[in-house]
Write a protein that binds this ligand. Sequence first.
Ligand SMILES: *Cc1c(COP(=O)(O)O)cnc(C)c1O
Length: 401
Amino acid sequence: MPTDRATVPRTDAPLRWPVEPAQGGWYTTAEHNAVRSVLAESDDWQVGWKSAGYVGAFEDAFAGFTGSRFAVAFNSGGTALEMLLHYLRLDPGDEVISCAVNFVGPLLAIISQGGKPILAEPEPNTLNLDPTDVERVLSRRTRAILVAHWNGAVADLRPFLDLAERNPNPIHGAPLVIVDAARACGGRTPTGARVGAEGWATMFSFESKKLMTTFGQGGMITTDDQALAEQLRRLRTYGGTEHWGTNQMMTKAQAAVGLVQLARLDEMNDARIARAHQRTRGLADVEELTLPPTLHDRQHVYYRHNLLVPESWAGEGRDELMNVLASEYGLGSIISDRPAYLFHRLISARTADQHCPRAEQLTGRLLCPYLHPRISVAEEEEITGAIARATARVARTRSTS
Ligand SMILES: *Cc1c(COP(=O)(O)O)cnc(C)c1O
């Protein structure tokens, strides 16, 4: 069992900017008014909290926004992904390929539905799933390829769709391309489509930290597959009269606020992208840092602003930089995400024979300092300056030690 190293700088000093913003976007009077009117209306016992009307309106708006035929709302992204995989009725030994660098949730969903998670390496530029490495691990048992638009860096899905076409499963046909867009809502892919329009199905999360939020929890699946959409609607509301199902409905208040957040998503993302670009420009001359790619052919939404320290700093030097940022400048940062098999017992047991050295190497160099769309231009200058000075200081101590 690999041991877990400190992932967050340990400092007693209060942070001016926490490790992660607790809310990814922000609410305006429009969100407040929406929930007030739902509350006033639902207080009437003849109306109540039945959510179908509002949830249906939110789903229609979301499908329209993403350019997909169907959108099905859930109480979280994690449950949505579980139901999506439930639909596949995986047999023991059926494989789902996923990037070694991602949140634990998708791997746990694969495990919960009886699938075997197969890990593949990230490509070094965006740390998104590397199609070349997917080719290495594809097998006759592959049922799906799970591609995350990781930390907002929108992935090109076309190489994965091609690979799936060329490597059909002998029983089920081409593996399905499932997209984890929890961190990329509103982004655009290289074909010009919105995230959510491509691949077999796409999962979104509206958890508090995400780019838009429905009171801290919520999720959505988009797809063009009518049979899938119908089955997902049954699964989340007790299965109709024939099938197994459970209750994973989004509430009326969540859907009402989701409608407002969706209408404001581009505004919130544009503000976030502007701060990220400012940070990238401001750090351009810091030669020790590898900055996130700008990706001109698509819309990167910068859920996080990933920085990579030099290879010779991997691990210790990176931790030192995070500590200096926190203790000297009050700037929190997070390592998002280390390969889950390094610190999660169940995942490490289920992926025992698999190692992704490139993922370990890259995430040993990774840190994501605080980023939020409401940081002002002046405040961002302070943050950028802090990152540059802290990096110079770590470089000095490392060259003299
Ligand atoms: C947040 C997140 C999820 C899970 O979404 P929840 O709504 O929190 O269950 C899945 N994948 C990624 C990449 C995420 O960031």
